[in-house]
Each structure stands twice: as C-alpha cells, then as structure tokens.
Design a protein around this ligand. Structure first.
Ligand SMILES: *Cc1c(COP(=O)(O)O)cnc(C)c1O
Length: 507
C-alpha cells in the first residue's frame, strides 16, 4: 500500500465510527463499583477448626468483626472485567511494540515453562548449597555462557536491572581507582548516552563531564583525547549508541583511556544489535552490563523484573560483587565469599533468579547460530523501516543503522504537527508508539526499534500506518493533532498520573 492509496480511506472511516461509538469500557469503571450485595465468586471449604480454638489461634483483637468495603462480585463479573481491561493494553503479544532502546520483543513461552519448573520456582535462597545444586549450576552455566558471548573473563549476575548494572560497574571502577591510589573525579559521558548513565555515575560518587558527539552522532576522538586527564575515572559509552549507530573507534577509545589509567565502560543493554557477531571484550572494553530482560527475553513492561549482569576484564575481577558461584574439583557448586577486594553485595541473595532461568533457556534454545541470527535480523528490520520511512520522516543522522532508527518531526512541524501527535495517532492504527523525545540530541525524536521477532507483514503494516499519518499531516493535520480518536481515553495528564496515582479504592 503506498502513501496515496485510497484503500486507506475505509480505515479512517472505521476509526471515526469507532471514535463516535459509546465506549463500553468507560462505563465499566473500577472492579469495586461492580459490587452488589450477595454476589460471590468463590467457595470456601467448611470451617474445619473447632470454633473455640479460634480464640487461641488468632486472638480476638487481631480479628476484624466485618470487612469494610467488602467487594462482592460474581466469577463471571470478575473475569469479564479483567479480560476487557487487558484488551485495553497495547502489548507485544498483540502487535509490534517499537519502543526504541527498550527491545520489546517476543518472549518465547518455553522460557516461562522452564522458569516454572518446581525445582527452580520453589527453591529458597536460604537453603544450604547441597540442596540447591541445580540452581547454582544454572547460574554457573549462565556465567560461562555470558563470558563467552561478552568475551570477558568473569561476569556477575547480581544486578537486577541495566541501571543497577551500571552502578555495579562504576563502583568496581571506583574501587580499582582507589586501589591505584585515587578514586579520581570525573566520568565522561557522551551526549548520546542513555539517560541512566549520569545518575549511575553520580550515585557512585562521581561528577559528570559531557562529551559532544560529532556529525555522525558518535564520540569525537579528538574531543575524547582532550577530555581524558588523570582526573577521569572512566568513559561510559553506549554500543550501539542511542541513535542506533555503532561506535566504530572503540579500540582507540580504549587506548586513549588506558594510557591515562582510566577505564572503558560499555552499556551493552542492546546487545541484540551485535550478539554473536562481535565481542565487547575483544574491543578493549573493561566493564559492560547487558540487559537479560531485553536481549535474552524476559517480559519487562511496567518496570521489571530484570537482570543486568556485568562482565569485567582481568583488571576488575578482584572487585566483583560477592559471593560468586564456583565449581569445585569434584563437580559440586558452591558460593565463594572470600573476595577481600569485592565491592560487596549489590543485591540480597542471587539477583532475580527467575530472569536468569529465562535467559539461559533462551540462549540454549537459540544456540550460537540462532544468537547470531538475532543480531542479523534485528539490524535488517531496523534498516528496512529506515528505508521505507526516510522519504516521509526526517532522518537527522543518516549513518547506517544497527538495531533501531531515529527520525524526527522536522518535516511535520511546519504544519504544527509534532512528535507527540504522530505517536498518539499511531495508536488509532493499532500500534504502540515508539520512544519519543529521546535521545535528547535530536529535537522531536521518534526512536523506533522493531526487534528481530517481527515478520515482514507487521513491519509493512507499521510503515503503511506511518506513511498514511505523514499524508494526513499534509491533508488533515487537525486529525493528527487531536489523536487518538479510537482509544477509550484520549490525552492524559501523564505527569499527574505518575505523581498522584490512586492506588487504593475508597467508598
Ligand atoms: C534499557 C536501557 C538501560 C536501563 O536498563 P534498565 O533495566 O531499565 O535499568 C540502560 N541503557 C540502555 C542503552 C538501555 O536500553
């Protein structure tokens, strides 16, 4: 379907009809509002404790005479309510979810099945090592596998998010610098970095110096050479960076930094762009986190759970979080606490173990060839979108794209239609909007990451929608400016929703 194709008209009419139709879900309200005296959705077994014993088991003052605000709904009422609510969510299970940087890809169901294996799901972190050999073995194998993928001698599995991995990595850098005589003052961060980097570096006690990108959107070697002094502890680079562009001079970054006793930190959250093709350790990178919940597939909308393992070069091994999982000569697995230079624990117990199970399952089910295919197809899909949309949307950096592509609203803003409007209009076409207004170095950014799990038909449907919206901006800009039209609620006050959430229902 091309931009001017008239087959788009029925879609529009359909949307207008849908917009006018009464929205059943809006009448639905909250589950509490369905409460009707006497409705029941459960059956409790008969009391099998003598009534007199109750006073002993649960003293009177701890019991409530009646439940306030009791919710009385039938089973069918509960099921329909939550099923209708679930349909309001855009989800990866319903279609393309192109949030740039977040890697919202299909999560294979085999991961869930293995994570629910009772031996994994029901084990307790306080069990002695001899009772949890299988879980320790899984962590040991995952570390071996990530060591191979990263090209690094050791990896810690403790951090529970990408940003937590950053903090872990920078704390190791700090400890290493202290050992070398001086923690130093600055962490260098390019202006194209992920937004979590300045926060992580500041948490670890550093001041931040920003590095301006060059016209390709990558780190400028001359600017870097000038900025690296004996006061700099490390450079944090994002690979690929937030424009989806590969930093091709990484080995030179490492040389410049190492010559001054500084470290090279790499944000490998989006390893799906080059997993199985290149290894960060081979590029001279000293420390890198990767997001298992992104590249190695765990559902991660809504803030978690995640895992952000950190790989380190030989120089940083002594500072890894403790305990580590080791294999004894007799083949048994144990936790090693004896690391005198460790930065200590970064998390209670062993991190988000369920995510570790999913990641190893995913890696094993893909195999080495499959992992390489992930990167190849992620890159192919992003470049396909780039090629199809580049005459309809402005491309601020025209460098070859890896796993994501960043457009801007420059071609639309003359009609007073902006990134937010385009994102809202996409919802009318049944797509989750991309990441918007990020990275900050692109005004009005639209950051699109299709991921490798999308078939060509879905990519085409998305591009058709984006092209149709670009056409609408020319012909009926008001339609886009006032979108969405088909969703049960229109534009929300997102700041208020985040700052003042209503978490408890009161009559
Ligand atoms: C997602 C992401 C992070 C942060 O990861 P969290 O798990 O959300 O803390 C850091 N850097 C990049 C490049 C990312 O895409």
């Amino acid at each position: 379907m091309s931009a001017g194709d008239t087959t788009m008209t029925p879609v529009l009419e359909q949307q207008e009809v849908a917009a006018a139709a009464p929205q059943r879900i809006l009448r639905e309200g909250l589950i509490f509002e369905h409460s009707k005296a006497g409705r029941r959705g459960y059956q409790l077994p008969a009391l099998d404790v003598p009534e007199q014993a109750l006073d002993q088991l649960l003293p009177k003052p701890l019991r409530r005479a009646a439940i306030e605000d009791e919710l009385e709904v039938s089973e069918v009422g509960v099921i329909r309510h939550f099923t209708r609510l679930s349909k309001l969510n855009m989800s990866i299970d319903a279609g393309l979810y192109p949030l740039g940087s977040c890697t919202m890809k299909h999560n294979p169901r085999i991961n869930e099945e293995i994570a629910r294996t009772p031996g994994f799901a029901l084990s307790h972190p306080l069990q002695p090592a001899h009772q949890i050999q299988g879980s320790l073995e899984l962590m040991w194998h995952l570390e071996q596998t990530l060591k191979e993928i990263f090209g690094m001698p050791r990896v810690t599995l403790q951090p529970v998010a990408g940003a937590h991995g950053e903090l872990t990595g920078i704390l190791m850098v700090r400890k290493a610098q202290i050992k070398a005589g001086n923690p130093r003052t600055y962490i260098l961060i390019p202006d194209s970095a992920h937004g979590t980097h300045p926060a992580s570096a500041a948490f670890a006690g550093y001041e931040i110096k920003e590095l301006k990108s060059n016209s390709r959107g990558t780190v400028d070697l001359n600017a870097l050479a000038e900025a690296v002094t004996e006061d700099v502890a490390a450079l944090m680079v994002t690979v690929p960076n937030t424009l989806g562009v590969f930093e091709s001079e990484i080995k030179k970054f490492a040389e410049i930094l190492h010559a001054k006793g500084a470290f090279l930190y790499c944000d490998g959250a989006n390893l799906n762009a080059f997993v199985g093709i290149a290894r960060p350790g081979d590029m001279g990178i000293d420390v890198m986190h990767s997001n298992l919940h992104k590249t190695f597939s765990t559902p991660h909308g809504g803030g978690g759970p995640g895992a952000g393992p950190v790989g380190v070069s030989e120089r940083l091994v002594p500072f890894l979080p403790s305990p580590t999982v080791e294999r004894a000569a007799d083949g048994t697995f144990y936790l090693q606490y004896d690391h005198p230079d460790s930065i200590g624990r970064m998390r209670a117990f062993h991190g988000n173990f369920g995510v570790l199970v999913r990641a190893l399952t995913y890696i094993r089910s893909m195999g080495p060839e499959g992992l390489r295919r992930i990167a190849e197809i992620a890159v192919l899909n992003a470049n396909y979108i780039r090629a199809r949309l580049k005459s309809s949307y402005y491309l601020p950096y025209d460098a070859a794209t890896l796993h994501e592509v960043v457009f801007s609203d420059k071609m639309q803003s003359a009609q007073d239609v902006h990134t937010l409007d385009i994102a809202k209009r996409l919802m009318d076409y049944g797509f989750h909007p991309p990441t918007i207004y990020f990275p900050l170095i692109v005004a009005g950014a639209l950051m699109i990451e299709p991921t490798e799990s999308e078939p060509k038909e879905e990519l085409d449907a998305f591009c058709d929608a984006m092209i149709a919206i670009a056409q609408e901006v020319k012909e009926r800009p008001e339609l886009v400016r006032t979108a969405p039209h088909t969703t049960p609620v229109r534009r929300l006050d997102e700041a208020r929703a985040a700052r003042n959430p209503i978490l408890r229902w009161k009559k």
